[in-house]
Design a protein around this ligand. Sequence first.
Ligand code: HEC
Ligand code: HEC
Length: 170
Amino acid sequence: MKKIIFTTFTILTLGVTLFAANNKEVYTSQNTLYKQECASCHMGYQTEFLPKRSWVKMMDTLENHFGVDATFDKVDEQKIREYLISNASDSKRAYGKIAKFSRSISSQSTPLAISEIPKFKREHNEVPKRLIIQKDVKTISNCMACHTDAKQGLYKERNILIPNFGRWDD
Ligand code: HEC
Ligand code: HEC
């Protein structure tokens, strides 16, 4: 009996550890360059939202990145490009909400924004515009303003807290 309990405990611990390690690896970017260069103007978006072709296109057009110049050192650009490619939605097994979003992208399209993904649009079309353009949010790209768990990549409904509005119950 003792042995069974011990084994069960070991398996459970191992499972939790693996899950935690996996979680961290998948959604919390540990890549220093990515954090430095791609999370300076906005949050470091989870790379698993978009497929390889999107990231390649984005890296090819950094001189006009949503109206701003986001170019930097060419060597660093190359390293980030590689990082993005190997962590794209079609390079690794994603899970949770992020996987659901990326799966809604048609193979014919190459979105440059997560907020352009079909499922993203469906999920957010009920959010009133005034709550988005208000000064505490500004743009729909500012995920962290409403999703308190955006940085961890969870985006749970119960963790949504919209400034000057509160919790979201639909
Ligand atoms: C100089 C500032 C700046 C830098 C550096 C920058 N970005 Fe952006 N990025 C923007 C702006 C401005 C937008 C438009 C959205 C907004 O209003 O915040 C944007 C939007 C995005 C979006 C789309 C957000 C959405 O709505 O889904 C992605 C993805 C993105 N950036 C990725 C990157 C990556 C990857 C890098 C690094 C290679 C990077 N950004 C570096 C300024 C920057
Ligand atoms: C103005 C606040 C706001 C901003 C900014 C915002 N969201 Fe949301 N998001 C919501 C609300 C509200 C919902 C829930 C919609 C519903 O279920 O009716 C939602 C839903 C979601 C969901 C699905 C959650 C679920 O339970 O299925 C994901 C994933 C998500 N958002 C990701 C993002 C990402 C990524 C960004 C930034 C690129 C973002 N959101 C920006 C308010 C926001």
